[in-house]
Design a protein. Structure first.
Length: 191
């Protein structure tokens, strides 16, 4: 592995060179096909991954087959059913690839080992968790307090590159509305 490889892969993380090598050293490169699950509901997760290329979603599917998109995750982010993994419980949601994707998969026990050996990783994990908490808190506030049109407007402002990468059905699911409602909102915005 060349120094440039890890610098390119982890460019968005601002990791020191030593830690880039450590993380890369416990990772396994994998390709995930579109519509394939990285983690399935009911599975006890024992891995997490860094998204090098591609797009994923966290999705709940109820007994009637209705889908509820909890989050959309793109490049330079981690994917995991982390609370299920740390407690050894089955995941309550799926992590689905929305496009052909490339990840660096990390076995949880390997993650725990480098975290124990190098205190940098505890601080890094705290930063990742804090960022995720802020995203979750903002998303909950928007779903509870804002109407669908305003949620769509915020989505377009914050993620202008994502709308063309996901289906209208998945976008509607993420916004908490039906696809027909999303069509009406888009039509209204055009006029």
């Amino acid at each position: 592995m060349k120094k440039e490889d890890t610098e390119t892969i982890f460019a968005g993380l601002n990791l020191p060179e030593k830690e880039q090598r450590e993380l890369y050293g416990i990772s396994q490169f994998k390709k995930i096909e579109k519509n394939e699950y990285f983690i399935a509901e009911g599975q006890v997760p024992r891995k997490l991954a860094f998204v090098v290329k591609g797009l994923f979603r966290y999705v709940y599917i109820d007994q009637k087959g209705n889908e509820f998109t909890k989050g959309i995750i793109s490049e330079n982010s981690f994917i995991s059913s982390y609370s299920a993994m740390i407690h050894g419980n089955p995941s309550s949601f799926f992590i689905e690839a929305l496009e052909e994707s490339e990840i660096l998969e990390i076995e949880y026990h390997n993650w725990l080992e480098i975290k124990e050996k190098n205190p940098f990783w505890t601080f890094f994990l705290l930063k990742v968790i804090e960022d995720a908490f802020c995203v979750k808190e903002k998303r909950e506030r928007e779903l509870l307090l804002l109407d669908a049109e305003k949620r769509y407007e915020i989505f377009i402002e914050e993620f202008p590159h994502l709308e063309n990468r996901i289906s209208q059905q998945i976008l509607a699911s993420y916004l908490g509305i039906k696809p027909e409602s999303l069509s009406r909102i888009k039509k209204k915005r055009k006029t």
